[in-house]
Design a protein around this ligand. Sequence first.
Ligand code: 1PR
Length: 591
Amino acid sequence: MEAPPFSSSCSSSSLSSTARLLSSPSPSSSLLFRRNSFSKTHYSAKFKSPRNLSVRASGDSVVTLLDYGAGNVRSVRNAIRYLGFDIKDVQAPEDILKADRLVFPGVGAFAAAMDVLNKNGMAEALCSYIEKDRPFLGICLGLQLLFESSEENGPVNGLGLIPGVVGRFDLSNGFRVPHIGWNALQIKNDSEILDDIGNRHVYFVHSYRAMPSDDNKEWISSTCNYGDNFIASIRRGNVHAVQFHPEKSGDVGLSILRRFLYPKSTTTKKPTEGKASKLAKRVIACLDVRANDKGDLVVTKGDQYDVREHTEENEVRNLGKPVELAGQYYIDGADEVSFLNITGFRDFPLGDLPMLQVLRYTSENVFVPLTVGGGIRDFTDANGRHYTSLEVASEYFRSGADKISIGSDAVYAAEEYLRTGVKTGKTSLEQISRVYGNQAVVVSIDPRRVYLKNPNDVEFKAVKLENPGPNGEEYAWYQCTVNGGREGRPIGAYELAKAVEELGAGEILLNCIDCDGQGKGFDIDLIKLISDAVSIPVIASSGAGAVEHFTEVFRKTNASAALAAGIFHRKEVPVQSVKEHLLKEGIEVRI
Ligand code: 1PR
């Protein structure tokens, strides 16, 4: 496609000259991480590059990265390095102007990003760079900022290079917001970087989107349908931007990045248009991680949360090494990988547990979203040093997590919120979602069934059960627990889910202690109750024992994703078989 000349004017308002970015691009942690005996060779995955994409770039193998310090861009760094490039971080506007190819992975909120870009003189440099048709790839917010303005906490002016306003997804049409997950694209115009994509899915996570119009149609290279047709990517000459995350879109995402980094390195073929696509149902592999009695970090798995072998030694069940298993599940086609540090409630997660290192190594080779949970709360260590939950979460994000998951602390926050009706803004949930966005905060619920003869016997929402309880009870309520199921709390899963949605959770990971490790299927009554009650995505968890259980949960409930652990760890049912089965049953999944 011939690149039409640029006609826009840059709308950045308060352009100052040189200034350093707010924070260092790869922030050295302010938190102490004790390396202990953890070694990369011991824990890092031995798996090879799945698609052999890691080739060394010849000649100018440097990518300039614009990281303005608002969040985690580790995954983008990892993907660029994986493809054989070195990274030069933008320190001053001149670095943008001198770049051979610039990647701009926008993170955080629109207004905050524009503020930083304006204050540092980056906005002006960016406009100038793009107007000269220099090689550019914007990702997610890096696409949205090119537009005239955004409604996110606004209206707020953007760079004004593309006509249009970025608006929030419309909740009224029943679609869940944030839009989290895998969609296929409709290719509208030739965009070399999307040439390999065909009908394959890419990973989105956002609540705001830019809409196609007559004024911006010349920019649009693809759209995606999620309630509306929104702009999934733009291209003009050497300038590209994508709303989705290529660095989290598996091998198809890597091939998009590779086509940007190695322009004309392969023959360009006519892109296929792509079929109409719904949001794919996600299949997630979960690794419950803890130190065993010898102090090694292992993947374990409980039966109704009991992770000890019923032998004389009573050892912690050991099902493998976290980094290796995560790598294997990525290769097998898992759409996400979750790590739950199941003893985080009593051990300080940033102390001597090498969980952060597990994340770092995993994120070097696993290019789908990574979630980490366990122990996210305020904490004072033995030396009296106080850490806020935001600091704990930040360290996880910096180490490679895309989302964090909060368990016990979210229960306390919801109880307090329901008691007072006041959002203090101080809970871990509120603070982390304010800084990193709702889409980065999962609440993990650990409910236990409490059977009832009469639903009016409790103040909490009860459901009529498909299968009666042990004494013929026809109803149950789902009592939330904390500390790995050890303590029941006076709040139901239904009440908790609604409260945490209001407090800023972007997604719910819905476990069920009764079903955990039983292999008899998900708790359909519970998952239906919660997925009908909230408008954020719900991940069904606990009880998967066969491929049919995944079909059942997607057919009978509004779950957006299904998670399993034991069947994958014991290699009873591989991830691919689950996906093949879902596909055969007409349920859209990422292939
Ligand atoms: O409370 O913020 O420190 O978070 C602790 C986290 O650790 C929570 O997400 C909680 O669910 C998890 N957790 C705590 N103790 C256990 C345990 O098993 N003893 N694991 C635990 C939760 C449930 C799922 C499991 C599914 C699928 N495990 O993660 O993977 O049930 O299993 P299946 O497919 O084998 O049935 P905080």
